[in-house]
Design a protein around this ligand. Structure first.
Ligand code: ZN
Length: 209
């Protein structure tokens, strides 16, 4: 954060950008909101980039469960996001879907874009993994972001309570150990994920599904 006082020089050059992180469990509408935000900004004549990683479609695009979609840049681990934006300048804003899967270095680059280039960054992602522990990239976003929002689109546990945590289910059984990132819900992958309330996540109770 830039601190301004009566004695400090005002920042020069471009306006400060803003770094926002929107988080929530699976199915809470993160990708839908990302696409809506891209649409709104574009309609105002702003120029933007859409980034994603491990989209449910398996390709370089952002798709939502309600059928919207947009082309996107796939964020590989070695992609330098500052260099990417430089190549595409002018860029007013960047939409980062699935930001929980980016590297910590890439989250730092998002902050650089905001502070050094005046780019508005809107990051969307899960906060925690199937063990209910934070993804490193999500943690860094919590530490660095100007604004953090828990998405209010209600996703419910089977019991009707608010869904908070993502359970990994293999062969009908909830598991609590394993690789942090395993993409499921694609085709006939044996792994799936289920959103549970905290009570049923901690109890390991998947309901009657
Ligand atoms: Zn529940």
């Amino acid at each position: 954060m830039t601190e301004l006082s009566a004695l400090s020089a005002a920042p020069t050059g471009t306006r400060d950008g803003v770094l926002r992180f929107y988080f929530g469990p699976m199915d809470c509408g993160k990708s839908t909101l990302a696409l809506q935000m891209n649409y709104n900004h574009r309609r105002q004549g702003r120029r933007g980039l859409v980034l994603t990683k491990h989209d449910r479609s398996g390709g370089p695009q952002v798709t939502s469960r309600i059928g919207l979609g947009s082309e996107a840049v796939e964020v590989e681990d070695d992609l330098d996001l500052v260099a990417l934006v430089r190549e595409h300048r002018p860029v007013d804003y960047v939409i980062c879907d699935e930001a929980c899967f980016y590297t910590v270095a890439q989250i730092e680059q998002l902050a650089d874009l905001t502070d050094d280039f005046g780019v508005d960054v809107y990051a969307f992602g899960l906060a925690s993994d199937f063990r209910s522990q934070m993804f490193p990239a999500a943690r860094r976003l919590f530490e660095l972001a100007d604004e953090i929002s828990r998405l209010q689109v209600e996703v419910l546990c089977w019991c009707g309570r608010p869904g908070r945590l993502n359970a990994r289910v293999i062969g009908g059984t909830m598991v609590r150990t394993g690789e942090q990132v395993v993409i499921g819900d694609t085709g006939d992958a044996p792994i799936r994920y289920q959103v549970l309330c905290r009570r049923h996540y901690r109890a390991g109770d998947l309901g009657e599904s």
